[in-house]
Write a protein that binds this ligand. Structure first.
Ligand code: ZN
Length: 145
């Protein structure tokens, strides 16, 4: 068998073990085993340290992001992610938000207020036009009291 596999082959059989082993495995090497165990331990510690560092960096990045998150000038609440993205959209093709400092609710209120004001102004204009027309039909109205 030794002739067949050579000295590096699995030709050694030890009591209490199944199958044949190479010479190095059969005699064992406690110093190598200890060194390997120490190496594995160090690698695991390094990996854990790296993971903790990555986690810390991610948390720091998230904190910085939260600090940059805009606040609504209307009610003081922080923007949601979707609202923040909508506000930041300023590409050439995309339409810019007309109320970049307001949250979704305050924006809706502002738009509604503007619409109401526009409607009121239009109504007033119409009334004034009707009044002017009514006065124009009575040319001497200003002489009467
Ligand atoms: Zn708001």
């Amino acid at each position: 068998m030794l002739r067949e596999h050579g000295p590096d082959g699995a030709v050694f059989h030890r009591f209490g073990r199944s199958g044949f082993q190479t010479l190095v495995d059969a005699i064992g090497n406690p110093r190598r085993d200890t060194a390997l165990a120490r190496l594995r331990k160090e690698e695991a510690a390094k990996a854990a340290e790296y993971k903790a560092e990555q986690q810390r960096l991610a948390e720091e990045k998230e904190r910085e992001r939260e600090a940059r998150r805009p606040v609504c000038t209307g009610c003081g609440t922080r923007f949601t992610d979707t609202r923040w993205e909508a506000v930041q959209a300023s590409d050439w093709g995309q339409k810019r938000d007309k109320h970049p400092k307001l949250c979704e609710d305050c924006k809706a209120k502002a738009i509604q207020t503007k619409r109401d004001e526009a409607a009121a102004a239009k109504k007033k204009q119409k009334e004034e036009a009707a009044e002017a027309e009514r006065k124009a039909k009575r040319p001497f109205a200003r002489f009467r009291t």
